[in-house]
Design a protein around this ligand. Structure first.
Ligand code: NAD
Length: 329
């Protein structure tokens, strides 16, 4: 069963008729932000080069600009008259970034600088940046608090930390307000499973629904704060609505609970009634962190954030969605 979040109840008329730009809005998280905004009566413009996103992910009412965040003309066109920018476009895979670091810096850092320049020129009210929990690296201290020093362990993580720096600098120097939302392992419908770099829930779902055993890199005791995508959408909308200037402030976006990959595989085996699909273990991957768990104190206090969908409900809905893709996942 699909998860139905009542965006109107949560956000009322806050976005009605407001022009909102979603970069990367044809991708997984961006398309859920675009969908919620469209439901709330916003005028949604999506800028995406479709490198991993898909046109069919967009809500019907959204204006689509097919272009790159490396092309300032396209960004300027999207930002004209906009109040908010939800900047999701990025290359978003840790292992791929280890292979192609320069490309990741071009898109994730220079591209983010381009978005900020255009947003400032268009006098956008606030830019919400898709930051990443990978910023915390593999320090053993849990839970992760925003006040901890960043320790990026991969080119991807370091490009995302650089993006946070740009958000703070642009708020300080160029009068565009910004917020950095550090997502912790977001999952849900539309997360792509058809790549060697797929995130873990998508990869497990694809394997198990095709009758194959899921692969775990390492011993499976590594853990993540798995977060259903509507929680990330909610945090973005709350940040946009904040009455105080956020000036590049960083916020954890998560559920505040930790699940090991062995546990995840077990829950998915139960959900699919496939006790035979026990994991296959391979060597750990470069750049992967061991444990991840968010402290939500700051996000709760400042943005009045509470997760709107828990892990199990989100996982069930996500598995149901992957089932609809069979045999094409
Ligand atoms: N999924 C997660 O758990 C997670 C965790 C932390 C941070 N993030 C961040 O959230 C954002 C969205 O991630 P996602 O999981 O939805 O990934 P995704 O790959 O589904 O979405 C990224 C989108 O950006 C687009 N894109 C890539 N390069 C572009 C460019 N040069 N110009 C325009 N569009 C471009 C892609 O086509 C895609 O639609 C990313 O910034 C990612 O780094 C995701």
């Amino acid at each position: 069963m699909a998860v139905k979040t009542d965006w109107h109840k949560l956000h009322g008329d806050a976005f009605r008729a407001a022009r909102c730009v979603v970069t990367g809005g044809a991708g997984f998280i961006g398309s859920h932000i675009a969908e919620a905004l469209a439901e709330l009566g916003a005028s949604v413009a999506v800028l995406d080069n479709l490198s991993s996103g898909r046109r069919e992910n967009l809500p019907a009412s959204a204006e689509f600009i097919h272009g790159s965040i490396l092309n300032s003309d396209c960004i300027a066109r999207a930002c004209a008259g906009a109040q908010f920018v939800f900047h999701q476009a990025a290359l978003a895979s840790v292992p791929m970034s280890v292979e192609r670091p320069r490309e990741f810096y071009d898109v994730n850092v220079t591209g983010t600088l381009n978005v900020l320049e255009c947003a400032a020129a268009a006098k956008v009210k606030r830019v919400m940046f898709a930051a990443s929990s990978s910023a915390y690296g593999d320090s053993e201290v849990l839970p992760k608090m925003e006040s901890m020093p960043p320790q990026p362990m991969s080119p991807y993580a370091s490009s995302k930390v650089a993006g946070e720096g740009l958000m703070r600098a642009w708020a300080n120097c160029y009068g565009v307000d910004t917020a950095c939302l550090r997502y912790f392992n977001i999952f849900g419908p539309r997360q792509t499973a058809d790549s060697a770099y797929a995130a873990v829930i998508a990869a497990f779902a694809k394997a198990m629904l095709s009758g194959k055993k899921p692969t775990i890199f390492g011993d499976g005791e590594q853990s993540r704060d798995f977060t259903f995508v509507h929680n990330a959408v909610h945090a973005n909308l709350l940040a946009a609505r904040s009455e105080r200037s956020l000036a590049g402030d960083v916020f954890n976006v998560a559920c505040g609970t930790r699940v090991s990959l062995n546990e995840l595989a077990r829950v998915m085996r139960d959900a699919l009634d496939r006790a035979d699909l026990t994991p296959v273990y391979q060597s750990p991957r470069a750049g992967d962190v061991r444990h991840s768990l968010a402290d939500l104190t700051h996000t709760r206090a400042d943005l009045k954030y509470e997760p709107v969908v828990d892990f199990e409900s989100g996982l069930r809905a996500t598995i149901e969605w992957y089932k609809t893709l069979i045999p094409s996942v």
